[in-house]
Design a binder for this molecule. Structure first.
Ligand code: F6P
Length: 306
């Protein structure tokens, strides 16, 4: 998120705007925690996790009178448009302000990857890398001690982190909120992999899956599969740490796009990235043509280096 904040500030300044940061999200907005930011205020932050503006969960923002109070704060601070960086709750708040007539542009940021309309949100890739690092380490014990690990990932009601970490860590089975699976199915996957010669097992369970990690362990232990099962709940470590290169790149792109779209007069929208599909490129093209240079990145790189 810090890379996005830096990009918003510096794109705004490059376009002759004054930019303010709001501390502690909508709660801070209502409390009037609004401060002007210069280019140097956002220097040296892009490699840091979390957000220098801090954040807050603020359920009260669902109330119309609280939204109106926020609107009044924005107007009295002379703010013409808001870039709201966050997850689905942030987008609901931004929608409320949009419906009250205030220009908003959303930037998706949530490790859960559950924000509608974008393939990926800021933070997902870093969280996924943290999960992989943890599973790789657990695998060392698993292979040496012939153990089976049940690893619980975050994600709220979205199985994305569990699925992608399951695929990229080589897990035997992945349990997600969107698709029910029984302990018997997991046992079957563990047995089958054992028959193929594997002497350890990794099961990834999303925190929102119906069958929770600890309940699954109890069920699997009772089936006497020949493994000792251990549960590791990764928890909030997934939300911190140095952002990955990919996260910084999309955060910069989203931040730049949010400001430039507002300047073009777009309102009431969220920037996002869309290209989910794997495609087949004709070999006549792949074997003869040149990839277009990344001149948009060149422009961004110059604008953000302040
Ligand atoms: O939405 C991000 C997230 O980390 C979820 O994956 C998780 O369920 C939740 O937030 C944890 O929130 P809290 O720290 O408020 O318990």
């Amino acid at each position: 998120m810090n890379t996005a904040i830096r990009a918003v500030v510096r794109t705004g300044l490059a376009n002759g705007l004054r930019v303010h940061g709001i501390r502690r999200a909508y709660e801070g907005l209502v409390a009037g925690e609004i401060h002007e930011l210069g280019a140097r205020d956002v220097g040296g932050i892009l490699q840091r996790g979390g957000t220098v503006l801090q954040t807050a969960r603020f359920p009260d923002f669902a109330k119309l009178e609280v939204q109106r109070a926020a609107l009044a704060r924005l107007r009295e601070s002379g703010i013409d448009a808001l870039v709201a960086i966050g997850g689905d709750g942030t987008m609901r708040g931004a929608l409320a302000l949009h419906r009250l007539g205030f220009p908003v542009m959303g930037v998706p940021a949530s490790i859960d990857n559950d924000v509608y309309g974008t393939d990926i949100s800021i933070g997902v890739d870093t969280a996924l890398n943290t999960i992989l690092e943890a599973i790789d380490k657990l695998r060392d014990t698993a292979t040496s001690h012939r153990r089976a690990f049940i690893v619980e990932t975050m994600g709220r009601n979205c199985g994305y982190l569990a699925l992608t970490s399951g695929i990229t860590s080589g897990a035997e089975m992945t349990l997600i909120p969107e698709q029910e699976a029984s302990a018997e199915e997991v046992a079957e996957a563990v047995r089958a992999s054992h028959e193929r010669g594997k002497t350890h097992a990794i099961i990834v369970v999303s925190e929102g899956a119906k069958l929770h990690a600890n309940a699954l362990k109890e069920r699997l232990d009772a089936m006497k599969l020949g493994y000792e099962f251990r549960v590791t709940i990764l928890g909030h470590v997934q939300r911190g740490g140095h952002p990955s290169a990919w996260d910084r790149l999309i955060a910069a792109r989203f931040g730049v796009a949010a400001v430039e779209r507002l300047l073009r007069g777009e309102r009431g929208a969220m920037v996002g990235l869309r290209a989910r599909e794997v495609v087949a490129v004709p070999m006549e093209e792949a074997g003869t043509r040149q990839r277009a240079p990344d001149m948009e990145y060149y422009r961004m790189a110059r604008m953000l280096a302040k």
